[in-house]
Write a protein that binds this ligand. Structure first.
Ligand SMILES: Cc1cc2nc3c(=O)[nH]c(=O)nc-3n(C[C@H](O)[C@H](O)[C@H](O)COP(=O)(O)OP(=O)(O)OC[C@H]3O[C@@H](n4cnc5c(N)ncnc54)[C@H](O)[C@@H]3O)c2cc1C
Length: 389
């Protein structure tokens, strides 16, 4: 017999686990189903960044506020810890009053001291008594409260890269150049002897090897770095999903699966965790998840789509202009925040971007409303059964 305090969660990514942690802290019995035998298997021990520019509040304070302990590798990178390389190979350093981002490791590596984000969230959830059922690929649900956080449904942008060992000092480098990363960027992240280098692309996926080879040439021209024990990896991100959040508060979609992804550059971790947090809050405090997302997440998401449209029309000339502008700033954070938040110009550009990406914005899995996909179908069925009882 299920109690009112039972919650089912599908997918042990940052979205699902953040929801699980918050629910368990509030006395809920959480059953979490994960298709793999551990967390983070879609990643490769690669470094990613928790962006720290889009909110007034520092990202670490946000994590604390949403009940997450930062006992994982979470290393601050200020503007002075690296540089950007433009299409003309010019090196641009930006100043920042606080970390631009916090470097985290993704994947399944466990460590006594500082491990991956995924393993840390898993441990936090397990310590709170969340039951995680491994190797369980769930394709339907019929519980009262269900959270779906199953990650991307389609590859709207891809990344090709490598992780390696190096003796180089800690550094980040961001590359803006359509010849190596069409409509996107390439990046190097080095932390305590380990490094991640990758190039991302929004189009022309067929030529990923060509772009990757060119990106390596750019890397070697930007920095002299020893590359030891390289392991190649590939990954994909689902940028183009308009958030489809069911208004009836029964099945709560979180993270990338719900369309929560920064359409500009793919910084989706914070969105995943915040949406997991709001899903938990809606269950705990009987609030409407749709309204919470509308207030806290969707405005920024819409700006990110407007930004994507703008960025995709900049080309290399535009990248040069932007980098030069950033170089002259005393602090890049306020400018970045301004661009990541709602303004009149972004409100005007948003409908243009929506039309531009219309075909790509169609949800690849389901529309959640009036939809017949496995999740929605079973959710509705359960709803109907309960109402008839
Ligand atoms: C190469 C690469 C680099 C990135 N870099 C950054 C970065 O620097 N900063 C940033 O913020 N974001 C970055 N992202 C994006 C970020 O990783 C994602 O947005 C984030 O992980 C989404 O979290 P999630 O919880 O929604 O989904 P996921 O992390 O994908 O987790 C979903 C989980 O659900 C499980 N699952 C799926 N289907 C089922 C099922 N039917 N039943 C049970 N379990 C299921 C999966 O196995 C997985 O464990 C990057 C992504 C890639 C690929």
């Amino acid at each position: 017999m299920k109690s009112n305090k039972d919650v089912t969660i599908v997918g042990a990514g940052p979205g699902g686990l953040t929801a699980a942690i918050n629910l368990a802290k509030n006395g809920y019995d959480v059953n979490l189903y994960e298709q793999n035998n551990t967390v983070g298997l879609r990643f490769n021990g690669d470094f990613q960044g928790l962006e720290n520019w889009s909110d007034e509040e520092d990202t670490l304070d946000i994590l604390k506020r949403i009940g997450i302990s930062t006992n994982f590798l979470c290393y601050p990178y200020y503007g002075s810890n690296g540089f950007f390389v433009g299409p003309k190979r010019q090196k641009i350093m930006v100043k920042s009053s606080r970390p631009l981002f916090y470097l985290v490791e993704r994947g399944s590596r466990e460590s006594v001291k500082e491990g991956s984000l995924d393993q840390s969230l898993r441990k936090q959830a397990e310590d709170l008594g969340v039951n995680i059922y491994w190797n369980q690929k769930l394709e339907s649900v019929n519980n009262r409260a269900t959270i779906i956080g199953t990650g991307p449904k389609a590859a709207d942008a891809i990344a090709k890269g490598m992780v390696f060992k190096t003796s180089n000092e800690n550094i980040f480098i961001g590359f803006l150049n359509n010849k190596i990363a069409p409509r996107a960027y390439a990046y190097l992240l080095v932390n305590n002897g380990k490094a991640t280098f990758a190039t991302c692309m929004f189009e022309d996926f067929r030529n990923e090897k060509l772009y990757y080879d060119r990106a390596l040439v750019e890397l070697n021209s930007a920095i002299e770095i020893d590359i030891n024990e390289p392991k190649e990896f590939g990954g994909f991100v689902n940028y183009f999903n308009e958030p489809k959040i069911s208004k009836d508060n029964r099945i709560l979609y979180v993270g990338e699966n719900a369309g929560f992804q920064d359409a500009l550059w793919g910084f989706g971790i914070k969105y995943a965790m915040l949406s997991g947090y709001y899903a938990a809050q809606s269950i705990i405090h009987k609030l409407n998840y749709f309204e919470l997302c509308k207030k806290h997440l969707i405005p920024k998401l819409q700006v990110s789509l407007a930004n994507r449209w703008l960025f995709a029309h900049l080309y290399n000339t535009g990248y040069n202009l932007i980098l030069n502008k950033m170089k002259s700033m005393d602090d890049a954070i306020p400018a970045l925040r301004k661009h990541y938040n709602t303004s009149l110009s972004k409100r005007l550009i948003y409908p243009i971007a929506q039309r531009w990406y219309k075909t790509r914005l169609i949800d690849k899995q389901c529309m959640h409303e009036h939809c017949d996909c496995v999740w929605c179908r079973h959710g509705k069925l359960a709803h109907a059964v309960e109402e008839n009882c």
